[in-house]
Write a protein of this length. Structure first.
Ligand SMILES: [Zn+2]
Length: 109
């Protein structure tokens, strides 16, 4: 899940108040920032990560970004209680369509 953060709007060092595990956030945000292009790379056509040197967005950044996204979204949109999930009853099915049944009934024997 993508986080709402971008290079222009990086994640804050201090976790947003709704984040469930603030200590984890600080680690994730730190690594997120490490795996970003250096300033002179950010406007480049093919920026590379300043930390691992891969073309950016690098794999590590994508992982941390996903975790930040999850941390943010978890608190915003709690999973619906599985117990409340409603299952619509399946519509009744007829083995033979009504028209076909009538035709069969009217057919001369
Ligand atoms: Zn990297």
């Amino acid at each position: 899940m993508r986080s709402p953060y971008t290079l222009d709007n990086p994640p804050p060092d201090e976790p947003p108040s709704e984040v469930l595990v603030p200590s984890l956030w600080r680690v994730q945000a730190r690594w997120w920032k490490r795996h970003t292009p250096a300033l002179d790379q950010q406007s480049a056509k093919h920026p590379v990560c300043r930390h691992c040197g891969q073309s950016w967005p690098c794999h590590s950044w994508a992982c941390w970004d996903g975790q930040l996204g999850q941390a943010v979204h978890q608190s915003q949109a709690p999973e619906p209680d599985a117990g409340e999930t409603r299952v619509n009853p399946a519509p009744p099915t007829r083995a033979v369509p009504l028209g076909a049944a009538l035709t069969a009934g009217l057919a001369p024997t």
